[in-house]
Design a protein around this ligand. Structure first.
Ligand code: PBG
Length: 336
C-alpha cells in the first residue's frame, strides 16, 4: 500500500485523462464549438420548371429550378441554417458568359424567390464566369499573350457587372471565386458606384487549382473545354503565396476571406487566421470532399455522422469562423 502510494507520488502518470472521464467535464473543457449557425449550404439553380435533377457524383445534392428554390429555402431556414450560397446553371452559354449579369437570370430569379419565401435566410452568391461561358473558363479567353488564357483585366468589368446584378436582385453577400487579380477592388468599385456600399464581399482569396472540385463541375456544368485553371487558381504546393493573396484581397476591400478546398488545406486556414485574426474566415468543404465522405459512408467504411461532425469541427479548430458545406442539412439535424 505505502509502496504503491509512494510510486504514485514519484510517478504521477495520470494527468490529462482526469478531465476526460465524465462527459460533462469533457463538455466544459471543450475548446472548439460547432454550431448550425456556422454553416452555409450551396444550392445549384438551373433553368426550367419543377425539375430536381440529382447530381450523381454528389449523393443527396441536386440541381433545382427557381420554382423549387422557395420551398427549399423554407426548409433550410427551418433547420436553423443561416445562409445559402447560390450557383447558377443557365440555359444559354456564350464566350463572355453574358447570362451571368442577366437581371432575369437563374440566380437573380432565385434570389427573389428565396428572399420572398424565407426572409431570414442570408443569400450569398458565388460570382464567377465559368458556369456561364461556353468554354468553361472563369473569364474572357484569348491568346493575346501567345497562349490561350483568361485575360485578367477585361474580365474584371464583367465580374463587376455580375455583382451589381446580383445586388440589385437582393443578394446579401457577394462571393467572387474566379481568382482574377484585382477582382475584389473592381467588384467593390462597381457595387459602390451602383449604391451598394452596404453589400460585403466574401473573397475566395486562397483558392487552389484542386482535383477536389471534380464533382462540382458535373453539378455546375462548368468543366473547362480546354486546358485547366492553373493559370489563375493557386498551386497546391504553395502556402506563403496564400498569405499574399489574402493580403491583396484585404487591401482591395474584402470583408471576409475564404480558403478552398478545406480538409487538405487546414494549414492554410490556420495560417490565414493567425495572420488576420480579426477578419472573418470561411472554409469551403468542397464537392470532392463531400463525395469521398458519401462514398465511404455508403460502403459502410465510415460512420457518416461522426466523420462529418469531426471534419466540420476540425475546420473550426483550424480557425474557420464559417463553413460552406453540402452536409449542412444533415449536420443541422445532428447538431439539433
Ligand atoms: C467556380 C467555382 C468552383 C467551385 C466553387 N466555385 C469550381 C472551380 O473553380 O472549378 C468548386 C466548389 C466545389 O468543388 O464544391 N469558379
Amino acid at each position: 500500500m505505502s509502496e504503491s502510494h509512494s510510486a504514485a507520488a514519484n510517478f504521477p502518470a495520470l494527468r490529462l485523462r482526469r478531465l476526460r472521464r465524465h462527459p460533462g467535464l469533457r463538455a466544459l473543457v471543450r475548446e472548439t464549438d460547432l454550431s448550425v449557425q456556422d454553416l452555409i449550404l450551396p444550392l445549384f439553380i438551373r433553368s426550367g420548371t419543377n425539375i430536381r435533377q440529382p447530381i450523381s457524383s454528389m449523393p443527396g445534392q441536386a440541381q433545382i429550378t427557381v420554382d423549387l428554390a422557395a420551398a427549399e429555402a423554407v426548409e433550410i431556414a427551418s433547420l436553423g441554417i443561416p445562409a445559402v450560397l447560390l450557383f447558377g446553371i443557365p440555359s444559354h452559354k456564350d464566350a463572355t458568359g453574358s447570362a451571368a449579369w442577366d437581371d432575369a437570370g437563374v440566380v437573380q430569379q432565385a434570389i427573389h424567390a428565396i428572399r420572398a419565401a424565407a426572409p431570414s435566410l442570408l443569400v450569398m452568391t458565388d460570382l464567377c464566369c465559368c458556369e456561364y461561358t461556353d468554354h468553361g473558363h472563369c473569364g474572357i479567353v484569348n491568346d493575346r499573350t501567345g497562349i490561350m488564357d483568361v485575360d485578367n483585366d477585361p474580365t474584371l468589368e464583367l465580374l463587376a457587372r455580375q455583382a451589381v446584378s446580383h445586388a440589385q436582385a437582393g443578394a446579401d453577400v457577394i462571393a467572387p471565386s474566379g481568382m482574377m487579380d484585382g477582382m475584389v477592388a473592381a467588384i467593390r468599385q462597381g457595387l459602390d458606384a451602383a449604391g451598394f456600399q452596404h453589400i460585403p464581399i466574401l473573397s475566395y482569396a486562397a483558392k487552389y487549382a484542386s482535383a477536389f472540385y471534380g464533382p462540382f463541375r458535373e453539378a455546375a456544368e462548368s468543366t473547362p473545354q480546354f486546358g485547366d485553371r492553373r493559370s489563375y487558381q493557386m498551386d497546391p504546393a504553395n502556402a506563403q503565396e496564400a498569405l499574399r493573396e489574402v493580403a491583396l484581397d484585404l487591401a482591395d476591400g474584402a470583408d471576409m476571406l475564404m480558403v478552398k478546398p478545406g480538409l487538405a488545406y487546414l494549414d492554410i486556414v490556420c495560417r490565414v487566421k493567425q495572420a488576420h485574426p480579426g477578419v472573418p474566415l470561411c472554409a469551403y468543404h468542397v464537392s470532392g470532399e463531400y463525395s469521398m465522405l458519401k462514398a465511404a459512408a455508403a460502403n459502410g467504411w465510415l460512420d457518416e455522422r461522426r466523420t462529418t461532425l469531426e471534419i466540420l469541427t476540425a475546420f473550426r479548430r483550424a480557425g474557420a469562423d464559417m463553413i460552406i458545406t453540402y452536409t449542412a442539412k444533415d449536420a443541422a439535424k445532428w447538431l439539433a
